[in-house]
Design a protein around this ligand. Structure first.
Ligand SMILES: [Zn+2]
Length: 304
């Protein structure tokens, strides 16, 4: 199994006190720096290509980000999303990691991959940064699987506590991509109602605040995994946000690290059944350092 990361992802600095801090990725990498993860094949994440980005983002948006990325100081892309001088490279490496991981699993170089990168991506829409996200890496990875590898069915599983509005928006008319999300509602960004179905390729299960292990597992067992069974994906991509954990300061679900281990084991079984075991997971949210350490270790241990 591969672990994709890059030092640039640690240098992206949205500012003092911002919840999406470099300490998040440090916590994840520290948790994976343990003898039980010695067999991880550690790979430097490449930069995303312009072609890969333009499959999911509008040219004017991509040009705006490249033309205005700050050399010094900072640039605010939306009320929550700030670029520092290292941010463009971090965003390129974060999205590039997912595309490279897709190449690796499709080329049978490995079966599973985890991309320990930031900034996250699932709120980034075709034409805008949103919610700490600059480029939508998981969407770029899914589009890369369709266009560069000719896949016909790619599933994106998104257990991040926030709805992945950007990913949904990018694929809402794309029947080759199934988007599955459990998320707290009401909560940022406000999308993800059950009646948002795309062309039948989107399944949302909103959960009320204070929902815990039982409700989280029921959402996946009763609704989301059955939809995945019907779809029979050739590749599984995971928006691994660990902010549904009970310690997370930005949300109010009561999910435990063991629930992340559980969902990972279940999705690996489904990947083995339909997708020759192929799973590419990418870090999204998670704002408690303690929860990040615990959940990332549980997730990667289950992938292994
Ligand atoms: Zn989140």
């Amino acid at each position: 199994m591969r672990l994709y990361t890059h030092p640039a992802c640690l240098r992206h600095d949205p500012g003092t006190g911002h919840p999406e801090s470099p300490a998040r990725l440090r916590a994840v990498l520290e948790a994976l720096d343990d003898p039980r993860f010695a067999q991880l094949d550690r790979v430097e994440a490449p930069r995303v290509t312009r072609e890969q980005l333009l499959r999911v983002h509008e040219p004017a948006y991509v040009e705006y980000v490249y033309a205005n990325a700050p050399q010094n100081g900072s640039l605010r892309l939306d009320p929550d999303t700030v670029m520092s001088p290292a941010s463009l490279e971090a965003a390129e490496r974060a999205a590039g990691a997912v595309c490279a991981a897709v190449d690796a699993v499709m080329g049978n170089e490995t079966t599973r991959a985890f991309c320990a990168v930031r900034p996250p991506g699932h709120h980034a829409t075709p034409n805008a940064a949103m919610g700490f996200c600059i480029f939508n890496g998981i969407a770029a990875g899914a589009a890369h699987a369709l266009e560069a590898h000719g896949l016909e069915r790619v599933a994106i599983l998104d257990p991040d506590v926030h709805h992945g509005n950007g990913t949904q928006d990018i694929f809402r008319r794309e029947p080759r991509v199934l988007y599955l999300s459990s998320h707290q509602m009401p909560l940022y960004p406000g999308t993800g109602a059950r009646n948002e179905r795309g062309v039948g390729n989107i399944v949302n299960v909103p959960l009320p605040p204070q929902s815990g292990s039982h409700e989280f597992r029921a959402a996946w067992d009763d609704t989301l995994f059955p939809a995945l069974d019907d779809f029979r994906p050739q590749l599984l991509l995971v928006s691994a946000g660990f902010d549904a954990h009970r310690l997370d300061p930005l949300a109010q679900l009561q999910v435990e690290a063991e629930d992340y281990a559980w969902i990972t084991r279940r999705l690996c079984e489904l990947a083995n059944r339909y997708a020759q075991g192929r799973v590419v997971s990418v870090l999204e949210g998670g704002y408690s350092l303690e929860a990040l350490r615990e959940c990332a270790a549980a997730h990667v241990a289950a992938l292994l």
